[in-house]
Structures are given as C-alpha cells and as structure tokens.
Design a protein around this ligand. Structure first.
Ligand SMILES: Cc1ncc(COP(=O)(O)O)c(C=O)c1O
Length: 393
C-alpha cells in the first residue's frame, strides 16, 4: 500500500472526538487552532481486522468481566517471535492499563523511597515523572549528541550507577525522542554494565514495531542469546503500533520467576482490575492481521520524515534533524536558527504548531522540538511551510 492509498483508506478527522491531541489544544497550549504535531498518536484508523473484532464484541452487547484468552497469547507470541525473534512464554506475561502505569508499578515494586533510578536523557518525560512522583532519586545520564546523532556515554552511564548506587535503569528502546534504534552492541554494553552492578533493567519497547528500513529492533531480553533476561523486565503494547492507546492495554514480560513473584505481590496491593475486553480483542486482531497496515504506516512515516529532511536541509540547513531510525517522532535542533529562549514563541505563536518542547525531555533540551510524523502528509507539509516562512521573516 503506497502513501496515498494508506491515507485515502485510513486518514480521519479527529477534531470533535475528545482527542487529547486535537481537542485539548486550548487546555494544553492555550490555543485551539494549532496544527497538532505533539502527543504520540495518529490521524489513522486502526486496521480493518481490529475494527471487525471490536464490532463483533460490541454486537454481542455484553461487556462483563473477562480473562485473557489462549488465542490472544497465541497472536502476541507469534508476533514477537516472527517480527523480533523473541520467544515469549505465556506464563511470563502480565497486563496493565498502560506502559506508563506499569513504569510506576516497577519503580514502586523494585525500589524503596530515595533509591536511585537512572534514565538516559533526553527521554519521554513520564520516565522522569515515574521516578520523581514516587519519591525516588532521579539520576540522568545525558546521551551524547554528535550533530544530531545520539550515542550512549558508556563511561558516564557506569559512573552514574556507581556514584549514586542506582537500583533500577529504565531504558527506552527504540528511543523517544531521539529516534535511535539501539544496536546489539550498544545494548550489550549497557546491559552488561547494569548486570555488573546488579541494576534491574526495565526496557520500554512500546516503539518496537516502528522501525525504519535498514534498522532492526532487538528486544533487550534476547541480547547476547538472553544473557541479561534474568534481571530484566520488558514492557510493550500495541498502542503506538496500531494507534490503540485509548484502549488501555499493555503487556509486561518478566522471565525470572523470583522477579515475577515480587512483581505479583506488589501489584496485588494496587491493582485488582481484570483485562480490558475491547483492548484485548483489538490487540489480538492487530497482531494477527495488522502486518500490511503496519507496512503502509511505516511508509507514511518515512515519506513525512523525508519531506521534512529535504525541505529543511535545503532551505534551513541550520536546523539539525536527528536521523529517524525508529519511532514516528522526529527530533529537531533549532538552536542555530532561533534563540533557544524564544522556541515557544517561534513554533507555537508564529508557526502555529503544537509540539513537544525539548525541555520536557531533558534540562538540556531547550531549543529542541519533537514533531509527530504519523499523520497525513498535508499536516507535515503545513508545519514545514510555516517554519520556513517564519524563518524568512
Ligand atoms: C516510550 C514510551 N513509553 C510509553 C508511552 C505511553 O504508553 P501508555 O500510553 O501505554 O502509557 C509512550 C507514548 O508516547 C512512549 O513514547
């Protein structure tokens, strides 16, 4: 399916549907008329198979308590194996109403108040919140920015662990917002360091399926033939991949039995909710039948990213665009063209775009913005046009 076909089939107006992205612009940005390029969801309907599965459930008309059917496990396990080479066992799986919710659970379950938790910044801001809101000590290690390409400072990473007696590391793989898909070598290095210092790893792999050609997402749990799986928790979901975030269904994978029972004991104290009947129906259908849709979506993301690159590189070469290896979020460094203190005034008030601002992701992020590419090309074209027109003024 090419870009035009995908958009023709799936693009949809979201205004007027209680969409956080579009209908909360006034509350979040103080202006209802911006082009919404911020929060990570899309203007695309889910695959037909997902809608069919939901329609079937709805036609039945009963939404009582449910449990996870064998057929769901089959679909998820097949997807992980065929797409990512990860052979997940059913008994390793747990469920939550969101990846972010699960991050809070992990922090509470596996650390004590004032324990140190490490993140690689700039990173998705709920990572910061999950540590701060739970009264833990937030330790950040800044990724090294080499002209837009981000690398891990392995010495700094290890030093942060040792100096702060870090207990837990929350990893973002692929990485939001810098767009890196970590290589096996990189993963091996950080996981070995964590192993050496007995640091538990949580690997947030929610963007696992949104990977550009030429890159390969490697689940942390299978790095070096699973060497690190015993001190590792993976959390993922169909919500980014298939635009299902509002169905509040995400998955936790814990291989180690002891870790799993510690997790279960903690979760019993905060969660007594069964699974979401619609969320699981949607997820199962997506993992079983969503392949072609996902290929179409990835083509749209690539197309939009190439558009931004081509036009900004040509007409505003001072803007540094980080290479998009994975996720559908691009990270732009505007500091060569705009006074960093005026980023908001420029992007929001003049260019009329709602973005995620760099300082949400890192104290050093001022002057950067994150733009969402999982949308119709016309929105991306408009954003680029507005940026270029206002730079000229
Ligand atoms: C890295 C990462 N984790 C988690 C989430 C959100 O997950 P959920 O909606 O399941 O809490 C996002 C959303 O953008 C994300 O980028």
């Amino acid at each position: 399916m090419n870009v035009a076909e995908f958009c023709e089939r799936y693009a949809v107006e979201r205004k007027g549907t209680n969409s956080l992205k579009w209908d909360a612009l006034d509350v979040r940005f103080g202006d209802p008329d911006l082009v919404a390029a911020w929060v990570a969801d899309m203007e695309f309907k889910a695959p037909e198979a997902v809608l069919d599965a939901l329609h079937q459930r709805i036609a039945h008309g009963v939404f009582g308590y449910s449990f996870v059917p064998e057929s769901f496990y089959g679909a998820f396990i097949d997807w992980e194996k065929s797409r990512h080479g990860y052979e997940v066992k059913k008994e390793w799986m747990r469920f939550s109403t969101g990846v972010v919710t699960a991050l809070y659970w992990f922090v509470n379950a596996f650390t004590k108040p004032d324990d140190a938790v490490l993140i690689l910044t700039p990173v998705y801001y709920p990572f910061h919140n999950a540590v701060k809101d739970t009264g833990r000590k937030l330790v950040t290690c800044e990724l090294v920015n080499e002209n837009g390409t981000y690398q891990i400072d392995f010495d700094g990473f290890e030093k942060s662990i040792v100096d702060n007696d870090v207990k837990l590391f929350i990893h973002c793989s692929p990485h939001n917002p810098v767009g890196r898909v970590w290589t096996e070598e990189e993963l091996k290095k950080i996981l070995s360091i964590c192993n050496k210092h007995n640091v538990l790893v949580v690997s947030d792999e929610i963007h696992q399926d949104l990977v550009m050609e030429g890159h390969n997402h490697i689940p942390s749990a299978i790095v070096n033939n699973g060497e690190f799986a015993d001190r590792l928790i993976t959390v993922t979901a169909p919500s980014k991949t298939f635009n299902l975030a509002g169905l509040l269904t995400s998955f936790i994978i814990i291989e180690n039995e002891q870790l799993r029972s510690e997790f279960d004991a903690y979760v019993k104290t905060v969660n007594q909710t069964e699974v979401n009947i619609l969320g699981l129906a949607a997820a199962e259908a997506a993992y079983r039948h969503g392949q072609e849709w996902l290929d179409g979506l990835n083509a749209v993301i690539r197309h939009n990213y190439e558009h931004v690159k081509q036009h900004l590189n040509e007409k505003a070469p001072g803007i540094i665009i980080s290479p998009l290896e994975g996720t559908y979020l691009i990270w732009l460094d505007l500091r060569n063209v705009i006074d960093r203190e005026k980023t908001k005034e420029f992007i929001q008030d003049r260019c009329r775009i709602a973005v995620d601002f760099g300082e949400w992701f890192s104290a050093e992020g001022k002057g950067f913005i994150r733009l969402n590419m999982a949308t119709e090309p016309r929105f991306v074209e408009l954003a680029v046009e507005n940026i270029l027109a206002n730079l000229e003024k």
